[in-house]
Ligand binder design. Structure first.
Ligand code: UDX
Length: 441
């Protein structure tokens, strides 16, 4: 089949490459000519394992091309995936739909005389419930042959190709049998491999994304609230999480206590979800999401307090080493990164802060130019009075605590992600603290 993917950010670039991989002819479209040029050369403007190779292979097969022209898109195919970003509006937290509306208004006039009998515009962007129905009304007025469907995206940064080619489910919200049949054909190779295909109306499909991310955020904040209780009672949150997660009704995933969630999705999506519900007069139904958000933000303050305690009460003129800048491991994304928020706050309180990250240094430097950065862990930790472990990159578990103790000024560690082995670090002479585990050495 031929299809276009409009908006080649994170979701769009991965979707375009993966659709080509399963055999479709794909045209990627973006207004950013520089980005289009880089993608066509197999260079995504962000770090995602496996994507450069996949892009290059797909471009070489001729199944994947890129353009900046919406006219070309309208003529190229009768199925268009819209993957533009819907960022958070400052203040209200509601979704900013300007890019989405620009694509709608840019594409609609060309759909009418593109020559296709039935055109399908499939939204993948995360939008407030009701957007698809409004889009359908507007498109119908300009191009009666155009139908709208919704197909939310659940991919995680760092596993984006796996999540797209082997998703746990595909959800499509449709308004016609024809749209359902078209989407079944698009995803046929994945359906043949047994992927559950959930067909619903567009409103339900739009809600699945916000509801799922709200639930994931709730799990994380729940266990972080339990960590606060563990700190006050002498209990151990890691064992608590393991024991809770062993109940298959609860499950162990997204129950890792620590510095909390960040990134471009969870924080923004729960705020947009709550804002839309409030707009609909349903503030009570989502009041808990504000609490989830607050618990999450509080973990940053709690980490800062642990660092301050480890430093004997003051940040002034102290050297602080920070391990991790990305919002999570296997990503170079620093958007709403809890690690950098903590590093920045500590610097403002008078410490010298030196940050290490295996992939995100360039992005971190652009976002926080006043912080200092180091290209290796040893350099970041030289003469440190405390080491803060803020993003749980797997390579940090390989650090030799004996060797690191020799370069710091004081062997004190705050493991804000609860993933380092306390026995190893304590045996090497480190004092250790971590959220929800008040009895570490
Ligand atoms: C998330 C959703 O998982 C994905 O389905 C959606 O489409 C986009 O948002 P992503 O932002 O890539 O994906 O990150 P994810 O791996 O889900 O982690 C989100 C945040 O939660 C990270 O900051 C991570 O560090 C944090 N987290 C995750 C925890 O603090 N504890 C956990 O137990 C799990």
């Amino acid at each position: 089949m031929r299809l276009t993917v409009i908006g080649t950010g994170y979701v769009g670039a991965v979707h375009a490459a993966c659709m080509a991989e399963i055999g479709h002819e794909v045209l990627g479209v973006d207004i950013d000519a520089e980005r289009i040029g880089a993608l066509a050369a197999g260079r995504p403007p962000f770090y995602e394992p496996g994507l450069p190779g996949l892009l290059k292979r797909m471009v070489d097969t001729g199944r994947l091309r890129f353009t900046t022209s919406l006219v070309e898109a309208a003529w190229f195919a009768d199925t268009h995936f819209v993957c533009v970003g819907t960022p958070q509006q400052p203040g209200s937290g509601a979704s900013d739909l300007r890019d989405f509306e620009a694509v709608r208004d840019g594409l609609a006039p060309y759909l009418h005389d593109s020559g296709y009998e039935e055109v399908l515009v499939v939204g993948k962007s995360t939008v407030p419930v009701g957007t698809a129905a409004r889009l359908a009304g507007l498109l119908h007025a300009v191009a009666p042959a155009a139908d709208v469907a919704w197909n939310p995206e659940f991919l995680r940064e760092g596993c984006a190709i796996h999540d797209t080619l082997r998703p746990e489910r595909i959800v499509v919200g449709v308004r016609s049998e024809h749209a359902e049949a078209r989407l079944r054909a698009v995803y046929a190779p994945l359906l043949a491999a047994g992927t559950p295909f959930i067909v619903t109306d567009t409103a339900t499909a739009e809600l699945v994304k916000g509801a799922s991310n709200s639930f994931l955020a709730t799990k994380i904040s729940f266990i972080n609230a339990m960590a606060e209780i563990c700190d006050a009672t002498g209990a151990d949150v890691l064992t608590l999480a393991r024991a809770m997660g062993a109940d298959s009704r609860i499950g162990p995933r997204f129950l890792a206590p620590g510095l909390g969630f960040g990134g471009s999705c969870l924080p923004k999506d729960i705020r947009a979800f709550a804002a839309r519900a409030e707009e609909l007069g349903l503030g009570e139904s989502v009041a808990f999401l504000h609490e989830i958000d607050e618990i999450n933000t509080r973990q940053r303050e709690r980490t800062i307090a642990l660092a301050q305690k480890a430093l004997g009460g003051t940040f002034t003129d102290r050297n602080v080493a920070v391990l991790g800048a990305a919002f999570k491991p296997r990503s170079d994304d620093v958007r709403d990164s809890p690690a950098l928020a903590v590093a920045h706050a500590i610097r403002r309180r008078g410490a010298q802060v030196r940050v290490h990250d295996p992939e995100a240094i360039d992005n971190a430097r652009a976002a926080y130019p006043a912080l200092q950065f180091a290209l290796d862990v040893t350099k970041a930790c030289e003469q440190a009075d405390v080491v803060l472990h803020l993003t749980e990159w797997p390579q940090y578990r390989e650090i030799d605590p004996v060797a690191l103790a020799a370069v710091v000024r004081t062997p004190a560690l705050v493991d804000a992600r609860n993933t380092l082995d306390p026995a190893d670090w304590c045996a090497a002479g480190w004092t250790l603290c971590a959220p929800g585990r008040p009895n570490l050495g």
